[in-house]
Ligand binder design. Structure first.
Ligand code: C2E
Ligand code: CA
Ligand code: CA
Length: 572
């Protein structure tokens, strides 16, 4: 199939030259259609399908970056390559930042170069779109993800007010899903989730939202409900559809759901409370022998009491110093030096033993004691780093995870800074890891906070990059130093070509924005090699070093002082 390219260029000579170059280098590969004005170009784009646009930056009816913006406004999925007479780094960067995929200087390069630029631009655009899809949809099932679910729920509540209707929120959990995962493997688990998603789709009406929040947790937002009985009907339908067996790799699997339901505005008017309600109701369904649905009832809030108990325990843990920090090295792939460490908290509960931060951090966020925990982590990690420097080790940067919940805290900057000052550590040796979610809620406020932090010399990284918005336009606005590629992409790098493409796209994106890039969750030599070859200069993961207590971390610092003899930790 020919690649269909629209050329917007008012100089006849340039148009002819480009046609000739492409005809000679790749005869028959491109179908080039040209026009002289932006207006005509946009009309062609609207009425016809093109694979890419090549455009001059000086047209009779428009000029400059504005051209790129206008094309995008009319067709946001078309790859754009800018052709310009001016060989300017700065302009090229601006053009790419405004959303074009490439910038070519007229008269430089031959047909092969232009042909490659077109092909790459198409590929790059495809990956960017994939990234923005990932920001709202669950990659596995194609259902809405948590972010989109929250948006849709908020929207549904507003509509329900306007039309005086009800909204039902269903939380669905698969009974004993873990057993399938454990006995048949992740792959089988994934297949099952996909099939469940397919079945759920058949139970709802257009306008309803089905989401997968992660694992085997699904939610459904049913809109335009006028009668609770409608909700009963849908729930029965789900139970019935799930009675049929699933065929997974030749195995007949039976899977039942437990469904919790809450109704807006009868049970509550706050989206977060509604979710907690539906969740409690879902547990009630599980307690009632599973494979059933339960509506939320006010006395289900025993759950909340348990949370209060946990809050007391967390506060006690802070007081009794039941927390410890582990440190995981971040390596420069070229010098093999540990250039930094991420502080990762661990909780040693006297009764339950080690509790993972993945469990208690969300609870701490919910109950509001996260601020006290962050204070402690900051203080402890900075103090530790300062001690290492005093002991004469080569200085490294210490990274601390900042909870998105804290970003709205009024005194956050002062609070962070106070802790650093107290520790005697220069702020340039402190790095804060923040997820995209924290920033996009209020980009302006976020930008102000980050600007303040950066003024002190604190290093800013975007954690779990790729799982959130990943949009160039907001990345340009906020002051950053590093993008940290989420471990989910690194995990399947060698088996999933989409993930590999995303990783290299993120690296390229970081470069075009002049940001540093680090990959986390690197577990194998192959992943390390792929990352290095694709231009990622820093890595973190079990392959180069697991999180360890401070005493053990010293081994990495010792190696740093004599790097000529060592390779990365694995081969030492
Ligand atoms: P995160 O910030 O994405 O941290 C990386 C997590 O991945 C850590 O888990 C780390 O132990 C793990 N990890 C590192 N390398 C590899 C690898 O090669 N393979 C695999 N499979 N995993 C790897 P951890 O320590 O359990 O922390 C989980 C999450 O808890 C963190 O995710 C972070 O969001 C949160 N967290 C941890 N400590 C703190 C803290 O002090 N404050 C806040 N607010 N959150 C924290
Ligand atoms: Ca982190
Ligand atoms: Ca992370």
């Amino acid at each position: 199939m020919k690649t269909k390219v629209l050329l917007i260029e008012d100089n006849d000579g340039d148009t002819r030259l480009l046609k000739d170059l492409l005809d000679t280098s790749s005869p028959g590969r491109y179908k080039l259609i040209s026009t002289e004005t932006l207006k005509a170009g946009i009309t062609l784009l609207t009425n016809d399908d093109f694979d890419a646009v090549l455009t001059d930056l000086n047209l009779p009816d428009a000029d400059g970056i504005n051209i790129v913006t206008q094309i995008q406004n009319h067709n946001e999925s078309i790859p754009i390559i800018v052709l310009n007479g001016q060989d300017s780094e700065e302009l090229a960067l601006q053009v790419v930042q405004s959303g074009a995929q490439d910038y070519l200087v007229k008269g430089q390069g031959d047909g092969h170069l232009i042909s490659r630029a077109i092909d790459y631009a198409i590929e790059r655009k495809r990956i960017q779109q994939k990234l923005s899809y990932l920001a709202s949809y669950d990659n596995l099932t194609g259902l809405a993800n948590r972010l989109l679910f929250r948006e849709r729920l908020d929207r549904a509540l507003i509509r329900a007010d306007r039309f005086e209707t009800l909204v039902a929120l269903l939380v669905i959990d698969l009974d004993r899903f873990k057993k399938v995962n454990d006995s048949l493997g992740h792959d089988a688990g994934d297949r099952l989730l996909i099939q469940v998603a397919e079945r759920l789709k058949t139970c709802t009406r257009e306008g309803d939202t089905i989401a997968r929040l992660g694992g085997d947790e699904f939610t459904i937002v049913l809109e335009d409900i006028r009668n609770i009985d409608d909700v009963n009907v849908v729930s029965e339908k789900i139970l019935n559809l799930m009675k049929e067996h699933f065929d997974i790799n030749g195995h007949d699997i039976f899977m039942t759901p437990s469904i919790g339901i809450t109704i807006y505005p009868i049970d509550d008017t706050n989206a977060v409370h509604l979710f907690v309600n539906a969740d409690s109701a879902m547990y009630e369904a599980k307690d009632n022998g599973r494979n059933c649905y339960r509506f939320y009832k006010t006395d289900m809030n025993i759950d909340l009491i348990e949370k209060m108990d946990l809050e007391t325990k967390l506060r006690r843990a802070i007081k009794n110093e039941e927390f410890i920090l582990y440190y995981q090295p971040k390596f420069n792939v070229h010098t093999h030096e540990a250039i930094g460490a991420e502080a990762l908290i661990r909780w040693k509960d006297p009764e339950k033993g080690m509790i993972s931060p993945a469990v208690f951090i969300p609870l701490a966020e919910e109950t509001g004691c996260i601020a006290a925990i962050t204070d402690w982590v900051l203080q402890e990690a900075c103090k530790q780093n300062s001690e290492w420097q005093q002991q004469g080790f080569k200085p490294i940067r210490i990274a601390i995870n900042l909870s998105p919940k804290q970003f709205s805290q009024e005194d956050i900057v002062q609070r962070i800074f106070n802790k650093i000052i107290c520790s005697d550590l220069a702020p340039k040796y402190v790095e804060l890891e923040i997820t995209e979610g924290a920033l996009v809620e209020d980009v302006q406020k976020g930008t102000e906070i980050l600007n303040d932090l950066k003024k002190w010399g604190i290093h800013i990284s975007i954690d779990d990059f790729g799982t959130g918005y990943s949009s160039l336009s907001y990345l340009k606005k906020i002051p950053l130093d590093t993008l940290k590629i989420d471990q989910s992409f690194v995990r399947d790098l060698m088996v999933d070509s989409d993930d590999a493409a995303i990783v290299s796209a993120i690296i390229a994106m970081a470069k075009s924005l002049r940001l540093n890039v680090i990959a986390e969750g690197v577990e194998t030599a192959e992943q390390l090699e792929y990352l290095t070859t694709n231009g990622c200069n820093e890595v973190q993961g079990y392959f180069t070093g697991k999180p360890v207590p401070a005493e053990e971390f010293v081994q990495f610092l010792i190696k740093n002082s004599d790097v000529s003899h060592i390779r990365l930790a694995h081969s030492a």
